[in-house]
Design a protein. Structure first.
Length: 297
């Protein structure tokens, strides 16, 4: 089935494209409108001048080549913006200069209004679909700690989000402390995937994979509510000299958690040191690794 575009007589051109090609064009347009952040300023400058040159040619023909671009914009730019639906500068007086910001904004508007399709090397196939048979192997080879699981999400092709989920309770009970942060986990993933699959991370419009990541402590809120607040804090208050405690703060960072003991100003150094040791021993009696669930002042 062919699609015949309806063109004005002034344009003097009829274009025939297949239905499949039309679907690809529509898909590309919608993708660009939703993913303009992948394009840089130079792409929108180029879009503006490409469309303007085509428009001015249809107005005055090859005659436009005799004039500096600055003069053409000064004389015809306002009409061009009006014809193209560029509304940001409609209150400007005619003949006002087209600075970089105005050209950049106009280029963005042209793409958003589907007056121009930016070139793109973005692939239609999702990363997850393409490498579904090797993803589990890759995650195993990364040799993350057992309490770290990896979940890949890809709402749009070539826009990958990696969730590093930390089983909080399993982390607290781990026999050996391992420093955990999102940047190290992210870098390890990128480096291995790049080396193993030859994938380039970067701008999807350049044929690369955009990747973001997040680190989530799964079960931490429930543990704080049901274990720390309802049991551990109450038992700590029963320890000898616990009356010198002003408050207990809880923090999570870098693959470990901290019970930060805030003492009253009147508490002596000896009592503080002894109580910290008693709390640490109590934490270990519950089966937690005191290098991971730390007790500090």
């Amino acid at each position: 089935m062919d699609f015949v575009s309806t063109r004005t007589k002034e344009m003097k051109r009829i274009v025939k494209i297949s239905e499949k090609k039309l679907e690809m064009i529509v898909s590309t347009i919608m993708e660009q409108v939703e993913n303009l952040q992948y394009y840089e300023d130079e792409d929108f400058y180029d879009a503006f001048f490409l469309v303007f040159r085509q428009w001015i040619f249809e107005k005055i023909g090859d005659e436009y080549k005799k004039y500096p671009m600055s003069l053409l914009l000064k004389k015809y730019g306002k009409d061009f913006e009006k014809d193209m639906g560029i509304l940001e500068f409609q209150d400007y007086e005619g003949g006002k200069s087209f600075d970089r910001y105005r050209v950049l904004t106009g280029g963005r508007s042209l793409v958003k209004n589907q007056k121009h399709i930016l070139p793109s090397l973005s692939k239609e196939e999702k990363f997850i679909d393409k490498y579904k048979n090797v993803i589990s192997h890759i995650i195993d080879e990364l040799d993350y700690p057992d309490f770290v699981s990896v979940v890949l999400e890809e709402d749009r092709p070539n826009s990958l989000h990696v969730k590093f989920n930390i089983d909080f309770v399993e982390m607290l009970n781990s026999k050996q402390y391992e420093r955990i942060n999102r940047y190290d986990l992210d870098a390890k993933f990128r480096n291995y995937v790049s080396g193993f699959l030859g994938v380039e991370f970067g701008n999807p419009a350049h044929g690369q994979i955009s990747m973001s990541s997040s680190l989530n402590y799964v079960g931490a809120d429930e543990w704080v509510k049901n274990v720390l607040n309802k049991k551990i804090k109450k038992e700590i208050k029963k320890l000898p000299n616990a009356n010198i405690i002003h408050s207990i703060r809880f923090e999570t960072f870098g693959g470990y958690a901290t019970l930060r003991i805030i003492f009253k100003d009147s508490a002596g150094y000896g009592k503080r040191t002894g109580l910290l040791l008693d709390i640490k021993n109590y934490i270990e009696s519950l089966g937690y690794n005191s290098e991971i669930l730390r007790v500090e002042r």
